[in-house]
Design a protein around this ligand. Structure first.
Ligand code: OFO
Length: 163
C-alpha cells in the first residue's frame, strides 16, 4: 500500500531535518578543527556521516512505499560555540529535538493507520535513545573536564577513537 501524501510530506520533512543534523555536526567538526581539537572533530564527522545514512534510510523508504522525495533547502548552521561543552550541549539538545520529531512522525503514521511506517520508524525510535545517551555522556564528561587543559587534551584523544 502506498503512503499517503500526508505521510510523504512528513517523511520529506524528516529527511530535511536529518540532512540539517549532518550539516550541524559538520559545522561543529569545522569549529573543533579550527581549535586543534582533532578528536572531537573526528567524532563530529562520524556523527555527520551517521546523519547522512539516516536521511538515506528515510529516502529509500519513501520510494519503497511509492512516494516521492522532495528535497528542501538546508538551513545554515551556526559556526561558533563558546567552548566544547557548549557545542556538545547543543548537540544533545538537538538530538532531543530530533527525538520529538521522530515521535511526531510515528504518531502521524499511527493516526494514518500506516503500519508499514510505524514498523519502519521503530528503528529510529531506538536509534534516538542511543543518540541522546551518547551526547549526554559526552556533556557530562566535559563537565568533569571543566577548565583543565590537560583533561581536555586527553578527552579529545578518547573521542578521536570513535569508529
Ligand atoms: Fe539522525 O539522529 Fe541525530 O539527528
Amino acid at each position: 500500500m502506498e503512503m499517503t501524501k500526508k505521510m510523504q510530506d512528513a517523511f520529506n520533512e524528516q529527511i530535511n531535518k536529518e540532512l540539517f543534523s549532518e550539516y550541524l555536526y559538520l559545522a561543529m567538526a569545522a569549529y573543533f578543527d579550527a581549535k586543534n581539537l582533532g578528536g572531537m572533530s573526528h567524532w563530529m564527522k562520524k556523527q555527520a556521516g551517521e546523519e547522512h545514512s539516516h536521511a538515506m534510510k528515510l529516502y529509500s523508504f519513501v520510494y519503497d512505499r511509492g512516494g516521492k522525495v522532495i528535497l528542501k533547502a538546508i538551513a545554515a548552521p551556526k559556526t561558533e560555540w563558546k567552548n566544547p561543552l557548549d557545542a556538545f550541549n547543543e548537540a544533545y539538545e538537538h538530538e532531543k529535538f530530533i527525538t520529538e520529531s521522530i515521535n511526531k512522525l510515528w504518531d502521524a503514521a499511527f493516526s494514518d493507520k500506516d503500519r508499514a511506517s510505524m514498523a519502519f520508524l521503530k528503528w529510529f525510535v531506538d536509534e534516538q535513545v542511543e543518540e541522546e545517551a551518547n551526547a549526554s555522556e559526552i556533556v557530562e564528561k566535559l563537565k568533569m573536564v571543566g577548565d583543565s587543559k590537560s583533561a581536555l587534551f586527553m578527552y579529545d584523544a578518547v573521542l578521536g577513537k570513535r569508529e
